[in-house]
Design a protein around this ligand. Structure first.
Ligand SMILES: Nc1ncnc2c1ncn2[C@@H]1O[C@H](COP(=O)(O)OP(=O)(O)OP(=O)(O)O)[C@@H](O)[C@H]1O
Length: 277
């Protein structure tokens, strides 16, 4: 049997583009133009590319938030349709961590209420016994004190808020996390802490991660394999090591040298996976 948790085949998504003129026909933006991708059990696959290359659209298709014109997405061999047509256990099994927890966490609710609400939506994974203890455990798993449960997102730092987003996802015992620019809004040192947390959680919770980012320094810290998108197409999919040492595609070579120019000293980033193993 295949060890692929997620399989994407010939995915195609087009959006109506801007009008050419007041009376002219609409253009079409081919956001995803025939993508094949697999995420294996317990791996982190980074999906990288410049802004507008189609990464988020792939993620939104996996979540069932965008309906592709063509293609097939399966999770453990089961076809994934739109989110509202998915059985509860499939909705639960794939969780998303967004870039900006400020807008994805309800500002009127406490952290505890946010997590309890996730359990209300998915009673199959709600704790059977002491909910307080279960909440403290979920928060501890992401490095937060139990006291954070009584606070609202606005009272937390950006890094703490992102830990809460991860806790909310983990509370549903997912198998696949889709992280869309999940550390992009954070300072570099906080980014590293969150990336380490994800690497740890992946091991302790048997997670697969599809990690979307435009930042190659982040890829270096977290990815097992890397898929590179350009203009809706996948141009290269290889191990992280291979990508950084011998990128095959000219587009990837260009991305790497642009990152070199931008980051200077940061290019020598050590790999978090190696540091903590
Ligand atoms: N809902 C939408 N309606 C119209 N066009 C869209 C929509 N969503 C995405 N697009 C277009 O599809 C293309 C791919 O966008 P997408 O957000 O997937 O790229 P991305 O690589 O994730 O970029 P970014 O990192 O900037 O989000 C872009 O040209 C974008 O403008």
């Amino acid at each position: 049997m295949s060890s692929h948790v997620l399989e994407i085949r010939d995915l195609r998504v087009a959006f109506p583009g801007p009008r050419r003129s007041l009376r002219g026909a609409r253009t079409i933006v081919r956001a995803v133009a025939g993508v094949d991708l697999d995420v294996q059990a317990r791996e982190t696959l980074a999906l990288v590319g410049e802004s507008g290359s189609g990464k988020s659209t792939v993620a939104r298709c996996v979540l069932g938030l965008v309906r592709p014109q063509e293609g097939r997405i399966t999770y453990e061999g089961r076809a994934l349709g739109p989110i509202d047509k998915r059985p509860a256990e499939l909705q639960r099994a794939i969780q998303m961590v967004f870039q900006d927890p400020g807008s994805s966490l309800n500002p009127r609710m406490t952290v505890g209420a946010i997590i309890r609400e996730a359990w209300k939506v998915h009673p199959a994974v709600a704790p059977k016994g002491d909910r307080r203890q279960a909440l403290a455990k979920v928060l501890a798993d992401v490095g937060l004190d139990a006291g954070v449960g009584g606070r609202r997102p606005s009272a937390l730092s950006g890094g703490q808020r992102q830990r809460v987003s991860i806790a909310r996802a983990l509370a549903l015992r997912p198998r696949l996390l889709v992280c869309d620019e999940a550390v992009s809004a954070l300072d570099v040192s906080v980014q590293s802490q969150i990336l380490r947390l994800l690497v740890d959680l992946q091991r302790t919770h048997d997670l697969s991660i599809l990690f979307i980012t435009h930042d190659l320094a982040v890829v270096r810290q977290i990815a097992d394999r890397v898929a590179v998108m350009n203009r809706g197409e996948l141009v290269e999919c290889t191990t992280a090591e291979q990508l950084f040492t011998a990128p095959a595609h000219p587009y990837t070579q260009g991305l790497l040298s642009a990152a070199h120019d931008l980051e200077g000293a940061n290019v020598g980033f050590e790999n978090t996976r190696e540091q903590i193993s």
